[in-house]
Design a protein around this ligand. Structure first.
Ligand code: CU
Length: 506
């Protein structure tokens, strides 16, 4: 083990541990047998070497033997290693065969690795759940003291009974992971598209910990394994509880479809879900890790169509790391996290999504009336926020004229943040979906029309209205940038006051 938590360091000597199962004991014994054989060979070979060098040294008058090609010696030095290898292969093969024999198991559990969590499914008990790291972000960031089981604790451990043969079927949803619990001597690769088998019988009740042992990406070190081994009676109780909990959850999920959460309730639940499920990639502040995990701040996915946003959370996005969360989260949780994303970090859309919007999927007709009051509310909520900073800002904007250089550098920033995904860094777009801005009638034509399309968007196209998202200065800058970059060279410097007129006319 490369990484031994400091609290465990004194319990873990440099040697393998015997583990907690018969198989792990066999593996340990095998390891020790081979180790002793190696020691014996080392002692004999080095002993013979040093004895020969000392006893037959030149200063004692030793004369080298002159014999050549001794058949006897050649047979001996072939036969002895051969016998040693056979002697090692017999117990090793026995142990390996025993490890690879999952027959006559009492319980079968499918273990699916995914970036970056484990999914357990009990075949006969009809139980399945995800097991996620439960170490807090504060501990990881060093803002809090690290707990005893730092990075080796999960929200929902795997539970198995003592004395029963448990068969594991390992597979993966994405890349290769490896399910490793040292105390069971189980370490098996989980490959997408394949099923590997392993098994264990544990006699000692207790908590056993392990880790993913195959480098599987960014959070490889954050998908630990915890197995609770309990008595068969306690296991039966646990199974009954889980089945009851699953039934309750199903009933609650059904009930939640008719339930309407307030914005506050939705934001609180949404934040919890976001931090647990989304923050690893999109970051706690929504900024993502651009280039790999897109920012959710003022992103077109978030500020655009609600149904499309829900769809991407429910079904994932093919060809990207964005997973489908439909099997992992309830409709209520998805609704809350979508609401959270649409209102956190300055997104402030005012959209409140309910579980019914998510469960429908096809519920476009259901979500339509939902959206109506939400959009009606928007100017109210925004007006409250707007008065404080934005008015001051806009007054300032109207007073100050910006230089061409200032407009161009700010405009480039805004363009790279807001426009580049569709219109591309070179302004060439991706025709026909996203038109080129190089020499286009919009960017070299009438300035007022250009401002108008940026402020209000273009109905029937993917072009959104940026009037609510960007300040007048930002819009002025980006319009200036578009009119002068990539050889457009119109020489037009658009001032915030020009945009302000268009924005207030909205
Ligand atoms: Cu992994």
């Amino acid at each position: 083990m490369l990484v031994v938590p400091s609290t465990m360091a004194n319990e873990v000597p440099l040697n393998l541990t015997p583990g907690a199962t018969e198989i792990s004991q066999q593996v340990y014994d095998l390891h020790m047998t081979i180790f002793y054989i190696c020691c014996a060979i080392g002692v004999i070979v080095f002993g013979a070497m040093f004895y020969s060098m000392l006893a037959h040294r030149k200063s004692k008058g030793a004369v080298a033997a002159t014999f050549h090609e001794s058949t006897k010696v050649e047979i001996l030095w072939t036969l002895i290693p051969f016998l040693i290898l056979i002697g090692m292969a017999i117990p090793a093969t026995k142990t390996l065969i025993a490890m690879e024999d999952p027959s006559n198991s009492d319980i079968t559990i499918q273990v699916t690795g995914s970036q970056w969590k484990w999914h357990y499914k009990y075949f006969d008990q009809d139980i399945e759940f995800f097991s996620l790291l439960s170490t807090t972000q504060e501990q990881i960031a060093g803002a809090e003291a690290k707990g005893e089981h730092y990075l080796l604790e999960v929200d929902k451990p795997l539970v198995i009974p003592t004395g029963k043969k448990v068969r594991f079927l390992m597979t993966s949803d994405d890349v290769i992971h490896s399910w490793w619990v040292p105390a069971f001597a189980v370490k098996k690769d989980a490959n997408p598209g394949f099923i590997n088998e392993a098994w264990t019988i544990v006699d000692e009740p207790g908590t056993y910990r392990g880790q993913c042992a195959e480098l599987c990406g960014k959070d490889h070190g954050f998908m630990p394994i915890v197995v609770e081994v309990v008595t068969p009676e306690a296991f039966d109780v646990w199974v009954a509880e889980q089945q009851q909990a699953a039934a309750d959850a199903a009933a609650e999920a059904a009930a939640s479809l008719n339930q309407t959460l307030t914005m506050e309730e939705s934001m609180t639940l949404g934040e919890q879900v976001y931090i647990a499920r989304c923050a690893a990639c999109h970051q706690p502040n929504g900024a993502g890790l651009p280039g790999v995990f897109p920012s959710l701040k003022k992103s077109p996915y978030i500020l655009g169509d609600v149904a499309a946003h829900i769809d991407i959370v429910v079904n994932g996005q093919a060809g990207t790391a964005m997973q489908a969360f439909s099997g992992q989260l309830t409709a209520k949780e998805i609704a809350a996290v979508v609401t959270y994303e649409r209102n956190a970090w300055g997104n402030d859309t005012g959209d409140l999504v309910q579980a019914a919007d998510v469960a429908g999927g096809s519920g476009a007709e259901e979500s339509a009336p939902q959206e109506q009051p939400a959009t009606n509310l928007k100017p109210v909520t925004e007006a409250v926020v707007v008065t404080v900073e934005d008015v001051v800002e806009e007054v300032e904007e109207q007073l100050s004229d910006l230089s061409m250089d200032e407009l161009m550098s700010k405009g480039e920033q805004v363009y790279m943040a807001q426009c580049v995904a569709c219109h591309q860094p070179t302004g060439q777009g991706m025709p026909p979906a996203f038109p080129s801005l190089v020499g286009s009638p919009i960017t070299v034509g009438d300035v007022a029309a250009h401002i108008d399309i940026v402020v209000k968007g273009k109905p029937g196209s993917a072009m959104m209205g940026y009037g609510q998202m960007l300040t007048a200065t930002e819009i002025a800058a980006v319009v200036t940038y578009e009119r002068n970059a990539w050889g457009n060279n119109t020489g037009d410097a658009v001032q915030p006051s020009q945009v302000h007129a268009a924005k207030s006319g909205q």
